[in-house]
Design a protein around this ligand. Structure first.
Ligand code: 48H
Length: 251
């Protein structure tokens, strides 16, 4: 029995990993922007892989506002919330949402739309080509290896598009900006200015270089935009917008 458990797990995981060596789209980060992007991209029929460093979904959602288990969104996010069947209550002109419900439903709908989500994997670099400059995939490592500090070489996953949905540090774009001539200084986000921050992030959501895209707080890091605190509508709308842009570029 024990040997069969091991065979069942390793056989089925390995079969899938062989398939995952190439995807249409790799979304890095299973936070609000990444999960939203994954759902809308996958439901258009693109082979979509989400890589998440942690062993959980939702990125910054679970922490709510300073560990109070609620987050908020503005009116504009209603359409996306409805697409995910996420409930809300209106209070002080804001939509108030349960953090646990949002994490669970974003993940469930992304998976049901066909996106594959793998936990415990970190993206540490990109694959690139020159003339014209383009990102062609990512270099990945088990998060446990990353945390251990052991020197273990990564493996590669190719894709037509890579979406950096890694949050405040824009990890994928930052490493690319250091190592290939992207011509963008990733200077980081600005201090809080909630009235404008979400709108600006959605506006600037888009392509960074051929094959590499920014969604969610990564957009603020790349474009030096203000943060907004625990208000998440902009993250959802940024995820939806990047899905439309990526789908158009890949079609
Ligand atoms: C694999 C990685 C890697 C990597 C990171 O932080 P997130 O929730 O990101 P967003 O942009 O979808 O949402 C931001 C929101 O949570 C937030 O922080 C807000 C609104 N803040 C406003 C404010 O003022 O503070 O999720 C990113 C996910 C996390 O789960 C990371 O573990 C994961 O990406 N991740 N996964 N490889 N290199 N880097």
């Amino acid at each position: 029995m024990e040997a069969e458990i091991t065979r069942a797990i390793i056989e089925s995981a390995s079969e899938e990993w062989v398939e995952l060596a190439e995807s249409d789209v790799i979304v890095v980060g299973a936070g609000p922007s990444g999960l939203t992007a994954a759902k809308y991209i996958a439901e258009k029929g693109f082979k979509t892989l989400v890589l998440e460093r942690r062993l959980s979904f939702g990125g910054g959602i679970g922490g709510g506002g300073m560990l109070f288990h609620k987050i908020v969104a503005e009116e504009e996010a209603k359409e996306v919330l409805d697409d995910f069947d996420i409930k809300y209550k209106v209070r002080r002109n804001l939509l108030v949402i349960d953090a646990a419900e949002m994490m669970a439903k974003l993940a469930a709908k992304a998976i049901d739309s066909g996106a594959k989500i793998i936990h415990g994997v970190s993206v540490e670099d990109v694959i690139f080509r020159e003339n014209p400059l383009a990102v062609k995939g990512v270099c990945i490592q088990w998060s446990a290896v990353e945390i251990s500090g052991l020197h273990v070489d990564p493996i590669f996953l190719r894709s037509g598009a890579v979406v950096d949905a890694t949050g405040h540090d824009a990890e994928v774009i930052s490493v690319a900006a250091r190592k290939i001539p992207l011509d963008i200084p990733v200077v980081g986000e600005r201090s809080a200015y909630s009235e404008v921050a979400e709108k600006e992030i959605v506006e600037k959501t888009g392509k960074v270089v051929k094959g590499l895209y920014a969604a969610g707080m990564a957009v603020a890091a790349v474009h030096n935009l203000p943060r907004m605190g625990p208000i998440f509508g902009g993250m959802l709308m940024s995820g939806k917008k990047i899905a439309e842009i990526v789908a158009e570029d890949l079609s």
